[in-house]
Design a protein around this ligand. Sequence first.
Ligand SMILES: Nc1ncnc2c1ncn2[C@@H]1O[C@H](COP(=O)(O)OP(=O)(O)O)[C@@H](O)[C@H]1O
Ligand SMILES: C=C(OP(=O)(O)O)C(=O)O
Length: 443
Amino acid sequence: MKNTKIIATIGPSTIDKIKDIDKYVDIYRINFSHGDKKSHKEYFDKIRENSEKPILVDLPGPKIRIGNIKDKIILKKGDKIIFSQNDGVPVEEEIFYNIVKPGTDIYLSDGDIKVHIDKVEDHKVEGTILDGGILTSKKGINIPDINLPSGITKKDIELLKDGLKLGADYFGLSFILNKDDILKVKDIVKDRAWIISKIETQKAMNDLEEIIKVSDGVMVARGDLGVDIGFTNLIFAQKRIIELSRTYGKPVILATHVLESMVNNSVPTRAEIIDASNSVLEGVDAIMLSDETAIGNNPIDAIEMLNDIIVNVEKNIKSIRPPINDYNDSIALATIDAAEISKSKLIIVYSRTGSSIIRISRLRPSINIIGLTPNKNLLKKLNILYGVYPILEDRNLSSISEIVDYCRKLSKEYIDRGNIIIVGGDPKSKLGKTDFLKIEEID
Ligand SMILES: Nc1ncnc2c1ncn2[C@@H]1O[C@H](COP(=O)(O)OP(=O)(O)O)[C@@H](O)[C@H]1O
Ligand SMILES: C=C(OP(=O)(O)O)C(=O)O
């Protein structure tokens, strides 16, 4: 099985195809910026009916969006555009009409469309298209240099509660500005779901280390981040986010425009293939598809293509190791070396808190890790981690010898013969430690 995970955003193109894509998808993403309470429940139900994989709910944050428009609007350079709730392209958020300034440029649809603002009147904004494109409902509006007060809105909290009731495994937080935004949400969520911080602004980049430390995972949200920091600066931000996340052992997701051309075409561009391959080499835990699977014409081809790219890179090249943090990492490091030297086929990590599983996954072994945990609440969430396939330990194992015996049996479901590595924290020792390692021969 591949090590780098695939996250698919579910939309009209895939909601009735869950069975067909489940083989390759590790996590389903539902973007709560779209749809309503009823459709969110329908999406959960349809996914749950056809799959056991975890669900990531993405919260909108304070992003201003185009309202609902009937048909797509084709905008060409030089065209005039009017934003107005009554007679023009609708924008619901009041704040929009107060913060746009004449003489400035704003961006629509992740920066695809650039608009120069000519005139601002009460609830009516007029502009001229500088870069054209196709505009559809609910696309984002980016206004450079505005100061948003907090990344968590009242609406987010409402949607968060809906998502918790539906049983979301992870929440993506959009436009978080600092660690306080994350702590506020964690206070509500506790350990029911993992919090994934989406890095979308220069402000978040300035506070990156603090944000990563308090998050359960991080997303390189290249759509909005690119507009905010400039497309040509994205490469530096991407590398820094991935490197720091890996240093702190936080799963990191690469998102947006991964195989964008496959929205319309059946084959991606060479540049897209190389970009996705490079992110596997950079050691991301997961790669996310957005429009490709939500509204694209070729969602299944896009998922299969991403799977092929991942498998091919993982077969041929190794990702680089992050730095060692503390003495628990010495057993983790020994695991990787032992697996390579003994040509092991499988690593089984036993962990009550998940820390040993994260610790081994962080070092990116080339073989799969079975994450064996008695912690039901943690089980599905582990799916996002590089190389990790979680299994519930429901036999109340209480000693290393019981764990080793059970792992020997379990491994036979996955390999015929050869070595396996068993590693983790002794169930009798303090939580969070990685303090045993064993190489077992299966014959
Ligand atoms: N639940 C949904 N219902 C309808 N359309 C959706 C849904 N989720 C996503 N989409 C469509 O797919 C596009 C890409 O998804 P995503 O990247 O999550 O959204 P955005 O970039 O708008 O935040 C969206 O802009 C929207 O047009
Ligand atoms: C993933 C992103 O955010 P969203 O698609 O939710 O706007 C992004 O901006 O890259």
